[in-house]
Every structure is written in C-alpha cells, then in structure tokens.
Design a protein around this ligand. Structure first.
Ligand SMILES: [Zn+2]
Length: 163
C-alpha cells in the first residue's frame, strides 16, 4: 500500500468530520453523523460515495439532507472535483439505539425527552426532571415524537419515541 491509499483514508475521515457540520433538520441540536444517519463515506480517485439511512421510512427531510451532503462534500478542500453520489440505504433500518449517550443528553438539554428503552414513554420531564408526565398526543411535530405534558411544572415537551 502506497501513499495513495493513506490519502484516501485521510480524506474519508476529513469528509466525515465536515458532515458533522450538517444539523439534523428536525433536531438541529444534533448533527447527521451523531444521529447515525451517515453510514459511510467511500472515496475513490474520481468520486465520493456517501451512504445515508433515513431516521424513519419516508422521512421527508432526506432530500434536504442529501442536498446538504453534496454541497458540504463538494466544497471540502482536497476534494479535487470528484463527483458526489448520495445513496440511501434502508437496511439495517435506523434505530434510536444508534444515538450516543452524549446525543441523548443534548436532546434533553434542548427540551426533548430522549428515547429510553428502560421505560415506557419519557423517563422524566426534560425541563424540571420530575418523573410524572402525561401523554397529550401520540404524534408531535413529527411522527417519531409524541407530545407530553409535565405534571409537576406543567410544561409541554416532546418525547423521542424508541424506534
Ligand atoms: Zn417539568
């Protein structure tokens, strides 16, 4: 393996880092890499292939994400005029298990109750951290979130359902 192979790996790592600048359209506090949407970046001499997985089937934001990926990748230094292809992969299906603990913490700081398999519904209110909450609507601003209200501070909040 010569220097060429190493350069490709370095560029792949660099492009991955650039993709961390793209916020998730529905949860702007998290980027598409920590959301687990970006599955892979493969650099070849003439092209770059980025594979992404939708957070749920038919997520309307994926077109915007794909456009952002092309824009960010083709604007990176050392890109050298390669073509960019974005490929959607549906298998394995995206799951909330791919969210890191750090990502979950920041979701809660943002006011969204993070997914948690150890409980049914939200573990606690993201505002005051009280455990007693009430379901308002099974569907919040998007299909993957439900609307809840805190019985302690009375604040409404969204809960990211386990997928
Ligand atoms: Zn509360």
């Amino acid at each position: 393996m010569g220097a060429g192979a190493e350069d490709t790996a370095a560029l792949e790592a660099q492009l991955f880092a650039y993709l961390e600048n793209i916020p998730d359209p529905e949860i702007p506090v998290l980027n598409i890499v920590e959301m687990g949407i970006v599955r892979g970046v493969v650099v070849s001499p003439q092209s770059v292939l980025v594979t992404i997985t939708p957070t749920y089937m038919g997520c309307p934001a994926m077109d915007f994400i794909a456009e952002d990926v092309v824009r960010v990748v083709s604007g990176a230094p050392d890109f050298n005029g390669r073509t960019v292809e974005v490929k959607l992969v549906y298998s394995p299906a995206w799951t909330t298990d791919w969210l890191s603990q750090d990502a979950r913490n920041r979701l809660e700081e943002y006011g969204i109750s993070p997914p948690d398999r150890s409980v049914r519904g939200p573990k606690r209110c993201p505002h005051c951290h009280a455990p007693d909450t009430k379901l308002v609507s099974e569907f919040g601003s998007t299909a993957c979130k439900a609307h809840y209200r805190c019985l302690s501070c009375d604040e409404p909040f969204e809960h990211f359902k386990c997928l």
